[in-house]
Design a protein around this ligand. Sequence first.
Ligand code: SF4
Ligand code: SF4
Length: 169
Amino acid sequence: MIEPSEVNAQARKKENENMKFRAFLKNHADEETLDKQFSKWHQKLFEGYDCSKCRNCCKMYSGSVPKEDIRKDAEYLQMTEETFIKRYLCLDSITGTFETIHTACDFLQKNGECLLGDLKPESCVKYPYTDQPERLYSLYSVLEAVEVCPVAYEIYEQLKNEYGFKRLR
Ligand code: SF4
Ligand code: SF4
C-alpha cells in the first residue's frame, strides 16, 4: 500500500493517466460489473488497513456535520448544542450544512481517532465511497479520492490492471 504521505504527489504525477483511465471506463465499463469490481477491491484493501495511521481525509478536508446530528453529538460530548456549534462549527450558507471551523477537521485527535467516535458523520463513514453504487457516474469524485486516500489510490491501480489498461510512460 502506498504511504499516506506519498499519495497526493504520486496521484498528481499520474493525473493524465488517471484521467485517461476514467475516459476508458466511461467508454468500456459496464455499470454493474464496475460496482462489483470497486466493491471487491474496497473490501480487500480496507481489510486490515489501519486508518488511524493515515487520516489523510480528516487532515485534508473539514468535517461536515448534518443538522440532524447536532443534538446527539452535543450530548455525546456532554455539552449544549449551542456550545458544540460555537466551539467546532460554522454554517455553510450555500449548502446549509455545518462544517468544522478548521481544516484539518476539528474532531481529529492526536492519536488519529475521531472525537465523535461511533457518531462520526455518515459522510466520513462512507469515505472514499468506493463501495457505493453507480461509480461509473461518480468517477470524478473517485479521482479526487485517489489524490487523498491511499486505499482509493490502490483500488484505482488494481482496476487498471483488471482492465488491462496500458499505463502511460
Ligand atoms: S479512508 Fe482513506 S484517507 Fe481516510 S484514513 Fe482511511 S485510508 Fe486514509
Ligand atoms: S468528523 Fe471525525 S472522521 Fe470525520 S473528518 Fe472529522 S475527524 Fe475525520
